[in-house]
Design a protein around this ligand. Structure first.
Ligand code: PEP
Ligand code: MN
Length: 263
């Protein structure tokens, strides 16, 4: 169902009033985790002002260590929704378990499946029974073929609203957190008709590298970006080193729009 062979035109997916996969570059911005009402509202208003299209924020966090901050959970979704409404932005958050589907259906505009759950087939099947758009991130050790098959798990159950996202893969290189596989963009766009986003933040893990990788992603044809923005990266409860400030975000946004215009 994701195969371009049977669906030659690009698919445009509507999230709230935002069109993903159309002519406009879509930029999803916000902190890795929702940490407090003040934090998420402040970031929401600032990224909106800078031209972001959607607000992101993790509430159920899949952390490597059980001793790390696990997210505000349901309370985080409530705060994220409040911030999205305050700023006039649709909201994106990651689901980790099929038990939370009703909660996410009620609160979130775009449901994210994270890298760690890309092959959680029971979760994918359940999400396939919804109408809500799904943001499917690539697993860090998964091939593009595996990613498209994960996508089929959602689409074959009836939900055709899937947006793909490259977010870096594991390689032997350790300088960056992951190796951002930009070749995934033209490859996925050739193989499928779905919109393709790039997450440079998780792709490299380094805030200073977010700008050049964002430009490169736009240049290779990404339909949009997912960028982690935090009001105080040094004090962030997760992914501080890869988070840019709202000021830095406001500084790179016009440049990205310019790259998109040249595309
Ligand atoms: C995230 O978006 O904060 C996240 C955990 O992403 P990924 O699943 O790509 O690691
Ligand atoms: Mn993160």
């Amino acid at each position: 169902k994701a195969n371009r062979k049977f669906h030659p035109e690009n698919t445009v997916i509507k999230v709230g009033n935002v069109l993903v996969g159309g002519k406009d570059l879509v930029v999803i911005a916000g902190p890795c985790s929702v940490e407090s009402e003040d934090q998420i509202i402040q970031v929401a208003l600032q990224v909106k002002k800078a031209g972001a299209s959607m607000l992101r924020g993790g509430a159920f966090k899949p952390r490597t260590s059980p001793y790390s901050f696990q997210g505000l959970r349901a309370e985080g979704l409530v705060l994220l929704k409040r911030a999205g409404e305050a700023a006039g932005l649709p909201i994106v958050s990651e689901i980790t378990n099929p038990n939370y589907i009703e909660l996410f259906e009620q609160y979130v505009d775009l449901i994210q499946v994270g890298a760690r759950n890309m092959q959680n087939f029971e979760l994918l099947k359940e999400l396939g029974r919804l109408k809500k758009p799904i943001l499917l991130k690539r697993g860090f050790s998964n091939t593009l073929e595996e990613m498209l098959m994960a996508c089929e798990y959602i689409m074959s159950e009836g939900n055709q609203n899937v947006i793909l996202c490259e977010r870096g893969i594991r390689t032997f290189e350790t300088y960056t957190r992951n190796t951002l596989d930009l070749s995934a963009v033209p490859a996925l766009k050739r193989m499928s008709h779905l919109p393709v986003l790039v997450d440079p933040s998780h792709g490299c893990g380094l805030s200073w590298m977010v700008e050049p990788l964002s430009k490169a992603a736009v240049a290779v044809g990404a339909d949009g970006l997912v960028i982690e923005v935090h009001n105080n990266p040094m004090a962030a409860l997760s992914d501080g080193p890869q988070s840019i400030t709202p000021d830095e975000f406001a500084y790179i946004m016009p440049k990205l729009r310019e790259y998109a215009r040249l595309e």
